[in-house]
Design a protein around this ligand. Structure first.
Ligand code: ADP
Ligand code: MG
Length: 688
């Protein structure tokens, strides 16, 4: 068979099973071969009966001495079949429920090789029995113990059980062609990696734990290495092929704006700013990520970079993820730049057609120096006179493809600064943003009081809201956040609307409350938000629309209803909405209680204020698959590598990828592999 043949060609796969397989993502032979087991049963060593102990898993090997069948249950419906085995060191009972057909195979003298759980035999006076066999074979008399391997266990589904998978894999491996190699030979040798064909085979049929580990290492390395190569190639291409903007040393304008800031930069902001300025002064395009926890002051750093490009005669663009944030940035910048001659514009979706046209014309004519907006900023009808720098704030949707898009904007490729508050653990940064240089702002501006976080159960809601009311009466503002409820799961959860009604008509009667959720028209939403910024509205009931960036220093309380329904990253973002001013702030998470993982998340929020610590925790609790998934960066999924556990492999893969960039032959080899296997991810850029 060929790798791209459909699995329907294998025996035992009819239309119905093919359908189930396709739901597991298995369509071709190749898909099947790379559908790796989720666990293994180690049958490499059989335990003598005398060494067995109750409550453990074991593999055993013995001879049938006698067999007994009993019937029980109503009307004798339940069949209990027990074989007594001996292995020369002792006896063991082995019991099957409701498998009466096994009886004819279980003659005295036959041998059994089985793996399962050992417990005290029911009513057996201390004798041991194996009842839940995860695998067993009944063999002829006088056969030697089979050479046990590691038995694969697949994530099975519906009508596909373990036996089906094991048989199917055996057939598939017998019929498959040799899998082509994708890692250059020199790299394989240097990093002692086994071949691809052997590794994939060993993933399903490892002969020993050592062989399995070599296979896993090889395949995890492969995934991480190829991604790293792709990212480094992108970076290299940007560096070599593209004519960037060479900015001069910062002059009077930058200094003036910096000294007119209402605060002094923190050490972290200072350092990030120095790194950015140095990049901007190089002839190659900047590709830099600034990572800083919520409230660490990334905006000021972005402002300086934008002013620097303006000082050099270029235009700058600041891209925000939402209209609301774009406007907030526009207002902040307008305020901070009032004393300078820098002209700033807002390209908003709310402009009338005429205003929009005028704004586009002013941008093209270079009558605007800094444009703030959403994604529209790099869309087709926007032409710049000369774009020197693009800053994107909270950029999760600003992926590799968009970065490439920028090249088409003009003769020179603008510098790119990506700002994110999503605290990604260090090792993850390599995987996700391997083509970017990274600056980190590690501290918060001085004078902030850490937010106090409490997890409370439903019963305390009354007290909590009484406390919120007191804060509001003292002049502060507050958020109440409700989970988004899908129509399909109506459940007993109240909607944001219902909570708004309850609160505004109850404990907050007489206080101005606002409600904002995803179904509002943009205009209505903006009006509610504006009223909250300006302090007219005191209490804002919201779904997660307030998650990113919003800056209202007077808000000191955030209450999260059904907090167990939020992820850690989200909760941390939400908490970042408060504690932005000089008042003590409080984050109150209502929920918790029974469920394990959710409870752990909430406790982690109580324990630590650091986004990076929480990210590590999140990664640990959810696993990298979901962590990655939530980030929409389109890196695809990793089948074998686990960025949390395989840090070591990741670092070696990164080093190998860097070496590959220096070896023309290896680089060509990898380029071909990427074109063939990762064209969806890197193809367009590599061919461009
Ligand atoms: P984020 O990194 O979350 O985007 P912002 O840039 O919105 O953070 O800054 C958060 C708040 O901190 C703003 O109100 C800003 O004016 C203030 N701020 C920023 N830098 C400093 C500083 N060095 N000293 C004091 N306050 C600062
Ligand atoms: Mg921000």
């Amino acid at each position: 068979m060929e790798l791209l043949d459909g699995v329907g060609k294998l025996s035992g796969v009819g239309p119905k099973r093919a359908e189930t397989l396709s739901r597991l993502g298995i369509v071709t032979l190749f898909d099947l071969l790379t559908y790796y087991p989720r666990a293994y049963i180690d049958q490499t060593t059989a335990t003598p009966f005398s060494k067995l102990s109750a409550g453990t898993e074991a593999t055993v090997w013995g001879v049938v001495v006698s067999v007994q069948e009993r019937r029980s249950g109503r009307g004798g419906k339940l069949s209990i079949l027990t074989a007594y085995l001996s292995d020369g060191t002792g006896y063991l009972a082995m019991t099957w429920f409701n498998q009466p057909f096994l009886k004819k195979k279980l003659d005295e003298g036959r041998r059994i090789f089985a793996t399962g759980r050992v417990d005290y035999a029911y009513g057996g006076h201390g004798g041991l029995a194996m009842t839940q066999m995860s695998a067993f074979e009944i063999l002829e008399e006088n056969v030697d113990a089979p050479r046990g391997g590691m038995l694969p266990v697949y994530a099975a589904k519906a009508n596909l059980n373990q036996n089906f998978f094991r048989k199917l894999m055996t057939e598939a491996f017998a019929k498959k062609p040799e899998l082509p190699e994708v890692i250059p030979e020199s790299v394989r040798n240097r990093y002692s990696l086994i071949g691809r064909d052997r590794a994939v085979t060993a993933m399903h049929f490892p002969k020993s734990p050592e062989e399995l580990s070599a296979a896993r290492t090889r395949l995890a390395f492969e995934e991480l290495y190829l991604i790293q190569c792709g990212l480094l190639l992108l970076k290299k291409k940007t560096r070599e092929k593209e004519q960037g903007v060479r900015h001069l040393m910062s002059g009077a304008l930058v200094k003036k704006v910096e000294s007119s800031l209402p605060f002094r930069l923190t050490k972290g902001q200072e350092k990030a700013w120095r790194e950015i300025a140095a990049d901007m002064e190089k002839p190659t395009p900047m590709r830099r990520l600034v990572q800083g926890d919520v409230g660490s002051g990334k905006t000021a750093v972005a402002l300086l970079a934008l002013v620097k490009t303006v000082e050099n005669g270029y235009q700058g663009a600041l891209m925000a993820p939402t209209e609301i944030l774009a406007r907030q940035h526009f207002e902040t910048f307008s305020r901070l730049l009032k004393a300078s001659e820098v002209r700033i514009g807002l390209l908003s979706g709310k402009l009338t057609a005429k205003q929009h046209k005028e704004m586009i014309a002013s941008i093209a004519a270079h009558e605007i120096d800094i444009v703030v907006g959403t994604h529209a900023l790099i869309q087709d009808d926007v032409r710049y006179d000369e774009l020197g720098l693009v800053v994107t704030d909270e950029q999760h949707r600003f992926g590799i493809a968009q970065r490439a898009e920028l090249k088409k904007r003009g003769a020179k490729t603008p510098d790119v600064l990506v700002m994110t508050a999503t605290p990604i653990p260090r090792t993850m940064t390599l995987t996700v943003y391997g083509d970017l240089d990274v600056s980190r702002i590690e501290e918060l501006p001085p004078g902030r009081r850490p937010v106090r976080t409490f997890v409370r159960t439903e019963e305390r809601r009354g007290l909590i809201y009484a406390f919120v009311r007191k804060e509001i009466e003292a002049g502060r503002q507050a958020y109440v956040v409700c989970p988004l409820i899908e129509e399909s799961e109506e459940m007993e959860l109240p909607s944001a609307e219902a909570i708004y009604q309850e609160l505004s008509g109850g404990v907050f009667r007489g206080i101005r409350c606002g409600l904002v959720h995803g179904k509002l028209k943009p205009k209505e939403k903006d009006e509610v938000m504006r009223s909250f910024y300006e302090g007219e509205t005191k209490l804002l009931v919201a779904t997660t629309v307030i998650e990113v960036g919003v800056d209202v220093p007077n808000a000191t309380v955030i209450v999260v209803e059904h907090a167990e329904r939020f992820g850690l990253a989200q909760l941390h973002q939400l908490r970042g909405r408060i504690g932005r001013g000089r008042f003590q702030s409080y984050c109150i998470l209502i929920g918790g209680g029974k469920e394990g993982a959710a409870n752990e998340r909430l406790r982690a929020m109580e324990r630590t204020a650091s986004g990076f610590d929480l990210a590590e925790e999140d990664l640990r609790l959810r696993g990298p698959g979901q962590f990655f998934g939530s980030m929409q960066h389109g890196l695809g999924d990793l089948k074998v590598a686990n960025v949390l556990r395989d840090t070591d492999i990741l670092l070696r893969a990164r080093r190998a990828a860097m070496e590959t960039m220096e070896e023309t032959r290896d680089m060509r080899y990898v380029l071909d592999v990427l074109r063939l296997n990762y064209s969806d991810r890197f193809g367009k850029i590599l061919d461009a």
